[in-house]
Design a protein around this ligand. Structure first.
Ligand code: NDP
Length: 339
């Protein structure tokens, strides 16, 4: 193959917010698949908040990216060459790996996708890891019931937009929280949430007006000042789905309280009999992928599920786009169109 591979490497571990110099874009030879492996040309790469964790060598549930290694990530694309009978050149697949144009992946880690069901890039968002996260978190922890009030932070984002629409389809009253008037208008008009509050304004006053009886389910994507405002408003037997706390990802582990975002007083957890549970979608979520996909495709068909992507052109732009994601600059599921 005359074309080269293009890869984004981790050059340096960031201190605080990542900067462009923490990454390096390099051209390398296209890899050759071994026995049972498949060579994929990636078309779209997913950029996700968890990647900030992989840039750090602090103890976590997953190993960090090695210095000089390819940044971790999921992609979708086409099979170029295959050493496995289940895959043939031209197949469209999800399960590509790394911030790179070409990758070699074990066939067992790949899944064929049908582009007649949804556009290829949707397999990174609404039909991919973020959508699966939303579904698993609501199935297992949030369990919204008809008439309950559900609050979703980072509501216009990859996970939030799906979580809110699933809760709505289950008959809950859904209130989003997002940054800025444009995102809030989208969440109400396009996604069909009942209201959306701007966390850059007076969130306490907006919550008082939108949730006068309190909150039954809080989907936590953000932490910091958003969590501080929402938490005291949880009703008895409320559930808090601890999905992520992006406002804190640039903090050094063990950083002292100075400069840290504020947190709520968790004392009322006992008195209110709250359920607060964290989860990681990769634990057991992918085993339930076929069930999830069937539910999502059903909601799409009935018009109850729409989605928004923020597509950035060119793999070389991935570092800049990722840095922006951690500052709320994306609007919808952030994906890189690789070519
Ligand atoms: P999004 O598409 O929602 O993008 C991130 C959004 O978070 C931004 O657009 C912004 O929205 C908000 N944000 C970013 N920085 C800050 C900040 N400093 N303070 C407040 N808000 C901020 O990302 P995802 O939907 O992919 O991820 C949402 C959350 O879900 C993350 O915490 C992520 O780590 C977590 N997650 C957890 C998984 C799990 O298995 N537990 C799996 C997947 C994701 P706005 O402008 O509206 O504030």
């Amino acid at each position: 193959m005359s074309e080269n591979n293009l890869q984004v490497l981790l050059r340096r571990r960031p201190a605080g917010e990542p900067v462009a110099e923490d990454f390096e874009v390099v051209e390398t030879p296209v890899p050759v698949p071994g026995a049972g492996e498949v060579l994929i040309r990636a078309r779209f790469l997913s950029l996700d908040p968890y990647m900030r964790g992989r840039m750090s060598d602090a103890k976590s549930y997953a190993k960090p990216v090695e210095l000089g290694g390819v940044m971790e990530g999921l992609s979708v694309g086409e099979v170029v060459a295959s050493n496995h009978p289940d895959f043939a050149p031209g197949d469209t697949v999800m399960g590509g790996s790394g911030w790179q144009r070409f990758c070699v992946v074990e066939a067992a880690k790949l899944r064929k996708v049908d582009c007649n069901e949804a556009p290829l890039s949707a397999n990174l968002g609404v039909l991919g890891m973020p959508g699966l996260t939303a579904w698993v978190g609501l199935e297992d922890i949030g369990e919204p019931k008809p008439g309950e009030t559900v609050v979703i932070s980072a509501a216009s984002g990859a996970v939030g937009q799906v979580a809110g629409q699933i809760a709505k389809a289950r008959g809950a009253r859904v209130i989003g929280i997002a940054g800025g008037a444009k995102k809030c208008a989208f969440v109400v008009r396009e996604l069909g949430f009942d209201a959306c509050l701007d966390h850059r304004g007076d969130l306490n006053a907006q919550l008082d007006a939108a949730c006068p009886e309190g909150i039954d389910v809080y989907w936590e994507n953000v932490g910091g000042h958003v969590q501080e405002a929402v938490f005291p408003r949880l009703r008895d037997f409320g559930r808090m789905v601890m999905c992520g706390m992006i406002a804190q990802y640039n903090q050094a582990p063990g950083a002292d309280a100075a400069g840290a975002p504020p947190g709520p007083n968790l004392g009322p957890v006992v008195r209110k009999r709250l359920r607060i549970q964290g989860f990681i979608v990769s634990d057991k979520g992918w085993q339930r992928y076929p069930q999830f996909r069937a539910v999502m495709l059903g909601l799409m068909k009935s018009g109850q599920l729409v989605w928004k992507e923020d597509v950035v052109q060119g793999l070389r732009k991935a570092p800049e786009a990722f840095i922006g994601l951690l500052k709320g600059q994306n609007f919808g599921k952030l994906v890189i169109a690789i070519d």
